[in-house]
Design a protein around this ligand. Structure first.
Ligand code: UD1
Length: 421
């Protein structure tokens, strides 16, 4: 069992580059299947979720290679539109292959996606969107078969701005006949990044970033491979800023887009931290004695991101006053709170609400990550706890952070990974 040992109690200092966005890279890799030809993807983060996605791409018949940090996907050969359960269950984003395979091959054989540790994660909106374009679905014993002799553009009114359903609809629409209009679409920056990839691949699309997206399908025309640079990861940025807010110190993050996480920056400013945003940079200075901000309520973009809730919470455990969190996106997103209590945090949760009463000190503990962002929260809390914390369950953290210990070390923290065996 691998362990991340973090020695808390030192202020952070230094500069780090923010990795490419996981939540952009994964759908874009799936989109490279809807295209035909070689796609060149820059700034793709090195994560286990990306490795699993590459396994899926290879399984369905793509050639994938890396050269000097750039990822190449050749999807010119015929595609096998089936993904084995084992790969599907490893990551939630595998569901985006549904739209991609349907667009490319007219059918998709998949199972329900994994990554359900945050509570029920239904895909009814994804399926509804694909059906609206003429797909037929058959859901048998956990195996989902989706077929469309012809995908037809149309109007898709999403009842909720689901990120995944918007992405699936965009991919299917890219090769449908005629125009698709997606209303109440998710507005996340990652959706705009996907649209930019599709445009580079020859699809006529507009509107991503707003609630209405227009896609003029290529029909029988060609969608080709494309070159694209993945945007910066706004959740990784929020995580390292939270780490500094909680532990104290002064750090600068670069290769980041502060406009993508204004809601997080607003909350961090309310804690009394000094924040300065520049062109692709954010500098934060914290005394380590933060104060409770106004209630933090997670919402679809541009609201406070659900993914930033755990690390920001971890930065506020010693805050002066009481912080209220309301989690509106996922039912089971407070699993980190049990572990944070082991470090001495005073947290009460009830349904969607978590109430954090700031404590004077946190003490190092042996804790286990139960999900990706919850794991990041444990690292953030460990940095401001007295003593050496031991974090296990690192496979969750590795899904979304490129070598967390190296980043923390670059910021002057003492963080060491002890590999098993
Ligand atoms: C969500 C987050 C996204 C984040 C990602 C990874 C939101 C709105 N989305 O995206 O920012 O990066 O997790 O952690 O914050 N739902 C349905 N039926 C569906 C699809 C979704 O009821 O078919 C519900 C879910 O149960 C959940 C909500 O909609 O309550 C969020 O869904 P969605 O945006 O689709 O989730 P992800 O795409 O996983």
């Amino acid at each position: 069992m691998s362990v991340l040992e973090i020695t808390g109690g030192r202020p952070l200092k230094g500069m780090i580059r923010i990795q490419g966005a996981k939540n952009s890279a994964l759908p874009i890799l799936a989109a490279s299947v809807a295209a035909e030809g070689v796609s060149v993807i820059r700034n793709c983060p090195e994560l286990t979720d990306v490795e699993t996605t590459i396994k899926i791409l290879r399984h369905i018949g793509c050639e994938v290679w890396k050269d000097e940090g750039v990822l190449y996907i050749d999807s010119s050969r015929p595609i096998r539109p089936e993904i084995p359960d084992m790969l599907m269950s490893e990551l939630r984003s595998s569901v985006i292959f549904l739209g991609a395979l349907l667009a490319r091959a007219g059918e998709a054989w998949i199972s329900h996606p994994g990554g359900c540790e945050l509570g029920p994660r239904p895909i009814d909106l994804h399926i509804g969107a694909l059906r609206a374009m003429g797909a037929e679905t058959d859901d048998r014993g956990g195996r989902l078969i989706c077929r469309a002799r012809r995908l037809e553009g149309g109007r898709i009114d999403l009842p909720f701005p689901s990120v995944g359903a918007t992405e699936n609809a965009m991919l299917a629409a890219a090769r449908a006949d005629g125009m698709t209009v997606i209303t109440n679409a998710a507005r996340e920056p990652e959706i705009e990044d996907l649209q930019n990839y599709l445009i580079a691949a020859g699809v006529r699309a507009a509107g991503a970033g707003s609630s209405v997206i227009y896609i003029c399908g290529a029909g029988k025309g060609r969608v080709h491979g494309a070159e694209h640079r993945v945007i910066s990861d706004r959740i990784a940025a929020a995580t390292f800023l939270s780490a500094c807010a909680g532990a104290g110190g002064e750090i600068t993050i670069y290769d980041t887009e502060p406009k993508h996480y204004t809601a997080v920056l607003r909350s961090l400013r309310e804690t009394g931290c000094e924040l300065e945003t520049g062109e692709g940079t954010v500098r934060i200075k914290s005394s380590g004695r933060v104060k409770a901000p106004r209630p933090v309520t997670t919402k679809p973009y541009p609201g406070f991101p659900t993914d930033a809730q755990p690390p920001v919470m971890a930065a506020l455990l010693k805050a002066e006053g009481t912080t209220v969190f309301v989690e509106n996106i996922f039912q089971n997103r407070y699993r980190h709170t049990d572990e944070l209590r082991l470090m001495g945090a005073d947290i009460k949760t009830e349904g969607k609400t978590a109430i954090i009463c700031g404590v004077k000190k946190l003490t190092a503990a042996r804790v286990k990550a139960a999900d990706l962002r919850g794991g990041a929260a444990l690292a953030v809390a460990a940095l401001s706890a007295e003593g050496v914390s031991e974090i296990t369950g690192l496979k969750h953290i590795d899904r979304g952070y490129e070598c967390m210990e190296r980043s923390l070390e670059e910021l002057g923290a003492e963080a060491v990974r002890l590999e098993d065996g």
